[in-house]
Design a protein around this ligand. Sequence first.
Ligand code: ADP
Length: 325
Amino acid sequence: MKTIGVLTSGGDAPGMNAAVRAVVRSGVSKGLKVMGIRRGFNGLIHGDIFEMNLRSVSNTIQRGGTMLYTARCPEFRTQEGIQKAADTCKYFGIEGIVVIGGDGSFRGAKDLSAAGIPCVGIPGTIDNDIACCDKTIGYDTAMNTIISMVDKIRDTSESHDRCSVVEVMGRRAGYLALNAGIAVGATSILIPEMEFDFERDVISRIKRTQTTGKRDFIIMVAEGVVLDNKMSIEEMTKKIEEETGVETRHTVLGHVQRGGSPSAYDRVLGSKMGYRAVELLEQGEGSRVVAIKKEEIVDYDIVEALDMKKEINPRIYQMAYDISI
Ligand code: ADP
């Protein structure tokens, strides 16, 4: 293999730049030509591609976002789109691609591998929802961002004896809400993976905690939570105030959770994964996903990785409840 490409796709995540940097630096060190592909699979379809060198990635390891930009590319879901992308690779001499993104991007990488361009996926998503991987790039930084925001909310909640319902990202995955909720001492944590009863798990918990002298509360909610009676998070906020008598405010943290300088953990993780991805391509291994398991960098077949299901550890969920009263 003489030429490889690297792209970032789907939702951005802090630490993606560290992975791009490692791909470029290790690729160039091995004598490979490394091509940067802008805006995910879009860049591959439209030929938005440039040659990178050791200095192209200078001063990027500490930056959030992705220097290669990212996009969603509906055209890539079609056979014609994949064929166009494979043709672009042939035109530029790209013989293998590192795809940094979430499970959607891995499905694209699987299809492109099947079309004759070996791809290696690197999990980059703040949601931590890649089943084969203990932690994805960006998750640690996002959790730290949430914690620092909620600490600020808590100062004002405490001063006013308020309840704050904090809505965090996670349409289908509650890892951010669960672990950030543990880290800020949330009274209740509501996530899409675990069934809950609003009266029992929110109202009664607040009331019970009130009897022990607590006067301010954090309720951590993942945005994808479907409440049992189809209440919106806004309606839930009103109901908490009505039923407990505690003034209650809803805060949506939003896109602030995606940005910011990556944590030490995400910089190191991105670097390790980028390095491993190039090793795999160099060994002629395509259709793989790099992951971290018990702090070891490992890799899986991309089809097997996509078939795995990630589950919330019920013991951790229970622990969160047991220690937050
Ligand atoms: P993420 O990678 O963060 O999960 P998306 O699900 O939006 O983000 O996927 C990113 C891109 O990957 C999509 O815009 C599309 O180009 C490609 N993709 C997603 N799903 C598929 C699929 N089933 N087949 C082929 N390509 C896909």
